[in-house]
Design a protein around this ligand. Structure first.
Ligand code: ZN
Length: 126
């Protein structure tokens, strides 16, 4: 089960975004924020090189984008849950597909035929 509240709290506690990543010197690639740039994290190697392993560049890009990607995902999940909740709150007979009336309103009906029951089942996984 996903704990959206805890994820949201961690996002809000982290340094504000946006975060950017770039190679800061010959042996370090970093994630920064703000102007002037302040460091969030760095990957430092002993070898002086202008080429870092692809996985390092990808990981640093992931970290930088996570600052905005996570809040965006949370917002989308909340938006979709709100819409599912609206559907779940409707009486079964109001939104049953194609006028289907086989729903017994207990959530045990053939859920693909009853949008409110389907939405209630979907929201149970919260
Ligand atoms: Zn139903």
């Amino acid at each position: 089960m996903i704990d959206l509240k805890a994820i949201k709290a961690r996002c809000e506690a982290a340094t504000e975004g946006p975060w950017e990543n770039f190679q800061s010197c010959l042996n370090a690639i970093s994630v920064y924020f703000g102007n002037p740039p302040r460091e969030i994290c760095s990957y430092v190697t002993d070898a002086v090189s202008d080429k870092f392993p692809v996985r390092v560049r990808r990981n640093m890009r992931f970290i930088a984008h996570a600052r905005q990607d996570l809040p965006d995902c949370i917002e989308e999940i909340e938006r979709l849950r709100e819409r599912f909740q609206w559907i779940a709150d409707q009486p079964c007979e109001k939104l049953a597909a194609n006028g289907e009336t086989t729903c017994n309103g207990t959530g045990d009906c053939i859920t693909e035929w009853c949008y409110p029951c389907y939405a209630r089942k979907a929201l149970e996984t919260k």
